[in-house]
Every structure is written in C-alpha cells, then in structure tokens.
Design a protein around this ligand. Structure first.
Ligand SMILES: [Zn+2]
Ligand SMILES: [Zn+2]
Ligand SMILES: [Zn+2]
Length: 86
C-alpha cells in the first residue's frame, strides 16, 4: 500500500499550498509561479552538497526541502502567445 505524504509547497510570492504526494520517498518539487502547478521530482537534488554544507557549518543536517520555481510549459506557451511578434 502506498502511503501519501502531506507536503507543504512554499511559493516565491509567499503563498503556499499543501499537497498530498503519491511519492513516499524523499523528493522535491517544481512549482509554477503562475498557475501553481506542482511537478514531482522523484530524486534528491545534490545530497552530497547538502552533506558538505553540514560539515562546513558543523551542523548535523536532519533534512531539507528544495522547491524549484518557474513557469511551467503551459504558462510558457501562454506567455509566448501573448507576446506580440514583430
Ligand atoms: Zn511531492
Ligand atoms: Zn503554470
Ligand atoms: Zn533532497
């Protein structure tokens, strides 16, 4: 049975959304700043770098959350359609 995990996605504009993730493993998100669509990234971003930061700062890092922001493919299409071509 798959366990669903409630994840909190913080958007760059200060809003957030709670999301039930199908993915029970540690993972990250891509979030669209326009339509707030969220895409699951089924892998960890640079765990070696995160460990290195912990060592540098003499912290024991217990976890992290990384969300990448941008315009999704649909919003990019829309933005392109709205931009008048010369
Ligand atoms: Zn997720
Ligand atoms: Zn979008
Ligand atoms: Zn990670």
């Amino acid at each position: 049975m798959r366990r669903k995990v409630l994840d909190r996605i913080e958007f760059a504009d200060g809003t957030h959304s709670l999301r039930l993730c199908e993915n029970e493993h540690h993972h990250h998100h891509l979030a669209c700043t326009k339509c707030h669509r969220v895409v699951e990234l089924d892998f960890c971003l640079d765990p070696a770098r995160i460990e290195a930061i912990g060592r540098q700062q003499s912290w024991s890092i217990a976890g992290h959350s990384i969300t990448l922001f941008g315009l999704c493919n649909e919003c990019r299409k829309q933005a392109r359609a709205l931009t008048p071509r010369p």
